[in-house]
Ligand binder design. Sequence first.
Ligand code: ADP
Ligand code: ZN
Length: 518
Amino acid sequence: MTTALSILNRVFGYPAFRGRQAEIVAHVAGGGDALVLMPTGGGKSLCYQIPALLRVGTGVVVSPLIALMHDQVMALREVGVRAAYLNSALSATEANAVEREFIQGQLDMLYVAPERLVTARFMALLARAQVALFAIDEAHCVSQWGHDFRPEYIGLSVLHEQFPDVPRIALTATADAATRAEIISRLQLEDAQQFVSSFDRPNIRYQIVEKNDPRKQLLAFIQDEHPRDAGIVYCLSRRKVEETAEWLEKHGIRALAYHAGMDVDTRRQHQDTFLRDEGVVMVATIAFGMGIDKPDVRFVAHLDLPKSIEGYYQETGRAGRDGAPANAWMAYGLNDVVQQRRMIESGEAHAEFKRVAQTKLDALLTMCEAVRCRRVHLLTYFGEEAEPCGNCDVCLSPPATWDGTVAAQKALSTVYRTGGRFGSGHLIDVLLGRSTEKVQQWGHQSLSVFGVGQGVDETTWKGVLRQLMAHGYLSVDHDAFGALVLTEASRSVLKGETQVWMRKSSSIKPVKRGSSRP
Ligand code: ADP
Ligand code: ZN
């Protein structure tokens, strides 16, 4: 008799199921709908691949990434599974051949791009073929507020309407409560059983350091903790990706660049090298990573702030999929906050979207500034309870805090007195009483706040402004380039009604390798 376990052993060559895989496979093979939340690397693919093999007909898998589809299909064919894909990479002749195999029942598994699935042509094919199940991979792409929103995913609700008897399994590694609710309602999965795995990745050490000389900090981090290890470095812009890769190369680190602006062949080649060779550092925008299955990525570094905790978690989750110790390292500073806030505000998006984006950013900033275990913070965000981990920067080197109320009042007054038209650089000049050309030009040397910040150094002032931004006591004026402005909340600080506790910058020491927990 063919059982799930025998398929796992014989076809995939693994001795046992992991986590909740066995339950999920049994549920879906038995015809039930499922929503699977499992962290990256948890083993989601087998949750639909095995039921597809157990059930009569073809398992239809919706997947957003063409490159990933190709890899999965090749891997399946290698173990003798009859798999194929339909996407824009195929010629019309090739696509026709796959379609024919599909309706003739010659496929165990068919991967389809979402935009193709919802076409009338494909719907007609589905009606003629025998479908074992629908798997909707990366299901969070249906969330309009998420960072991977794909409009075509909205159309996938048609599957349930047209084929109510075919079981559906939606899978994602990204799901705070709001995203989860959105997946359920948009894909009509109200009756699906939910399988939520723990999102803890105990082998990952989270570190968030204050940014002062980011490239040097990155180099030191790699040289100290990861010489000759494979890793991913995330940057926001394509130019920064290229510059950083070059710079690392110049300093003896084997680094490659990856972003959506590069030609397809070079991108493919860099990706292959990263996957195949040992010890390659991939410097990339977030265009790189979804579906990358490289178990021994030893670190993920962020030179720029992600947009949300979900993004941070997903990107850092690409480290240490093999379970061995790995590092998630991020350098974070005042400009990151200004940049992200400005990007949201100056975008074309709807006001409601901007509000959600700011809220998500706020949650991430709170984590960056928090004096609480990073892991507890992450897991709490995903609705799990946790104990301090003893393995993140906060646990290993608890940051000191100080009562920054007076400093906050000085900084906010300076913003107020200068009319809310200046960026952090000029504000700090005024606070420190520096008679720069700009100060002269605006007559700011005669303001009452001129020089009130003397006695506190520039780094600390940057930290103060950053934390005021992070906590919502300052925001960015999207019309004036990077100008910091007061918010509703600033008033209570200025009036002395609110106390502001801050992290001390000097307490952030690099965490050395060696005392790792797992
Ligand atoms: P996800 O899609 O959740 O990120 P994958 O399905 O790509 O994860 O699986 C991650 C890795 O774990 C893959 O290399 C996969 O072959 C491996 N894997 C999954 N399930 C098992 C298992 N039961 N035993 C051993 N390895 C597994
Ligand atoms: Zn911790």
